[in-house]
Design a protein around this ligand. Structure first.
Ligand code: HEC
Ligand code: HEC
Ligand code: HEC
Ligand code: HEC
Ligand code: HEC
Length: 441
């Protein structure tokens, strides 16, 4: 008994973490190896290392004569910003690495959320780590406390994530709106209400929350937070992130492709639906994403019509393609000119696949987005579609390279994803008749 007690005290104990230790994710790795490994490859860990972030922030500081201040680092390196270790993020290479990015302690020490955008989180400066367990096994390493903000089964947990995932720029533009979109969706207060950010983005599995003796088997939650971005420089877990992004994109959009029309003309009727994102698709940095439909129509072996065909390494340029169906936000300045950088933007146009709204019933078609393409004078016997996405537009990357802020080697690290769900091939033989049209799903 004594031996067992000693062993379990040693296992769950370890030395008490100092405030400095608590701020360093490395000091969690020994007892929480799974959480640490997943987080270490996440975009939360990459947030202040991302070369595109560093380039944009540097350019933004220059172009606004420093007026941006700590606006960007307050979310991308929140601990360093709040400790006053950087005032504008241009000197992040002088800040200890473990104090940058969205870290364990930053999330697990949130005590209150004071707004719905721009990271309005209150962070404790104590030694308590807040989490989902009211009955956490005691450890000498740190104190614990149950918090509904850290419990995906509680609606409040979406406030913690959401208020950092909505951005209002200094010009007053509500640039990123993931949290607002979620609040207006069926997942927040409609028939599927109760699906929080964590329910979809932190998959549960059975395991131990800490790799020490004496802890019970519990539901634990994925900390790799795969979205759309992947690391653009060597980074732990890059391949795993790439696979996770592809997997979740595969089931995000559903399509139905119908073809018909009178003799001598072809009508292509394409329906797309955002079936699993708890907000619009794309969301968040929708102004930097490039998502679009590639459509190709054939007669025999000949390709007779196409839209959205973009070679690898070429930017997507809507002006070259009048039929292009693309998704995302476009930013404008005061004079109505299109701009890439968000400190210049004062308005935006949005063309996204919305999530079903609060009144929707899943499967009722209310979130369908439909477009017709009329191919006059063309007969077609095969149509192929793909929905494609790039986390970052190559036009944005080229803009940052041209201004001297980004190394040109980054360009080739930008992936292009093909979403499996809406990749379809229509031929008269494989389609089923639906009214005047024949369709494949
Ligand atoms: C010496 C081992 C040890 C170290 C080091 C350690 N923890 Fe823990 N931690 C535990 C144990 C044990 C539990 C309780 C697990 C259980 O009850 O299943 C725990 C629980 C937690 C919880 C859940 C609290 C709750 O009430 O829900 C969080 C969050 C947490 N730790 C974060 C961290 C972070 C962040 C670090 C690094 C700064 C860290 N831990 C370092 C052992 C450790
Ligand atoms: C301190 C602010 C902050 C908080 C709190 C926060 N995030 Fe993030 N999150 C970020 C930043 C910044 C990035 C982007 C990093 C990058 O790509 O440079 C990000 C990236 C992500 C991504 C990846 C997006 C992509 O396109 O790859 C997901 C998914 C995500 N967060 C979900 C969550 C969830 C779920 C929570 C709540 C448990 C949460 N975040 C809490 C700031 C935050
Ligand atoms: C973006 C915010 C965020 C970051 C960063 C983060 N966590 Fe968590 N963590 C959460 C949330 C939210 C939960 C609660 C999940 C749930 O509903 O049970 C959680 C749960 C946990 C738990 C409880 C067991 C479980 O899986 O539910 C542990 C332990 C933990 N985190 C440790 C860590 C460690 C260690 C790090 C850094 C290596 C870290 N977390 C980074 C948000 C975060
Ligand atoms: C019903 C499930 C679901 C809910 C709820 C949900 N998401 Fe998502 N989220 C997804 C899916 C699916 C995607 C798209 C696939 C992907 O990006 O890998 C996504 C993508 C994202 C992205 C990347 C978007 C982009 O285009 O850049 C971010 C960031 C994100 N979610 C954050 C959040 C936050 C914050 C919340 C809560 C306010 C939330 N999500 C709620 C399923 C969900
Ligand atoms: C309120 C918090 C917040 C602020 C302020 C903020 N970001 Fe972000 N940033 C995020 C989140 C959250 C994401 C992930 C969004 C997504 O995946 O859709 C992100 C993603 C990014 C990305 C990667 C995706 C992309 O757009 O290419 C870059 C680069 C970036 N931010 C740059 C900046 C710069 C530069 C600034 C300042 C001008 C800034 N951010 C200010 C929260 C913030």
């Amino acid at each position: 008994m004594t031996v067992f007690l000693l062993a379990s005290l040693w296992g769950c104990g370890g030395p008490a973490l100092s405030r400095d230790d608590l701020l360093n994710p490395e000091s969690c790795a020994g007892c929480h190896p799974v959480h640490y490994e997943q987080w270490r490859g996440s975009m939360h860990a990459y947030a202040a290392k991302d070369p595109v972030f560093l380039a944009m922030n540097q350019r933004g500081q220059r172009e606004t004569n420093g007026e941006l201040g700590d606006f960007c680092v307050d979310c991308h390196a929140p601990i360093a910003a709040r400790m006053g270790l950087t005032t504008d993020g241009t000197d992040l290479d002088e800040v200890p690495e473990h104090l940058t990015g969205v870290t364990c302690a930053y999330c697990h020490q949130v005590t209150d959320v004071r707004g719905d955008r721009n990271n309005p989180l209150d962070i404790a400066e104590d030694l308590i780590l807040r989490g989902p367990f009211a009955d956490a096994v005691q450890t000498k390493a740190h104190e614990t406390e149950y918090s509904p903000l850290h419990d995906r089964d509680s609606r409040q947990s979406s406030e913690l994530c959401g208020s950092c995932h909505d951005i209002e720029t200094p010009t007053g533009l509500h640039l990123e709106r993931t949290y607002l979109e979620w609040r207006e969706s069926v997942y927040s207060s409609g028939s599927l209400s109760g699906l929080t950010c964590g329910d979809c983005h932190m998959r549960g599995s059975d395991g131990v929350a800490a790799d020490v003796e004496g802890v019970p088997l519990r539901r634990i939650h994925d900390h790799s937070f795969a979205g759309v971005d992947i690391a653009l420089t060597p980074f732990p877990g890059r391949e795993a992130q790439l696979a996770a992004v592809q997997q979740s994109l595969n089931t995000t959009v559903a399509a139905s492709l119908c073809v018909g029309g009178p003799q001598g003309t072809t009508l292509i009727n394409l329906t797309l639906e955002n079936v699993s994102a708890g907000h619009s698709w794309p969301s968040g940095a929708a102004h930097d994403r490039r998502a679009w439909v590639e459509l190709r129509a054939f007669n025999g072996a000949d390709e007779v019509w196409s839209s959205g065909v973009v070679e690898d390494g070429e930017p997507l340029l809507p002006s070259d393609d009048p039929n292009l169906w693309a998704f995302g936000d476009t930013l404008y300045n005061d004079s109505g000119d299109q701009v890439h950088m968000f400190w210049e933007a004062t308005s935006l146009d949005s063309s996204v696949l919305p999530a079903p709204d609060v009144n929707a019933v899943i499967g009722d078609g209310s979130a369908h987005v439909i477009r017709d393409f009329v191919l006059s004078g063309l007969e077609v016997d095969r149509v192929e579609i793909r929905v494609r996405m790039r986390p970052l537009g190559l036009d944005v990357i080229d803009d940052l390279i041209a201004s001297g802020d980004l190394d040109s080697s980054i360009r080739e690290a930008i992936p292009t994803f093909d979403l499996k769900g809406p990749s379809l091939i229509w031929t008269a033989e494989t389609a089923t008749i639906a009214g005047d049209l024949s369709c494949v799903k």
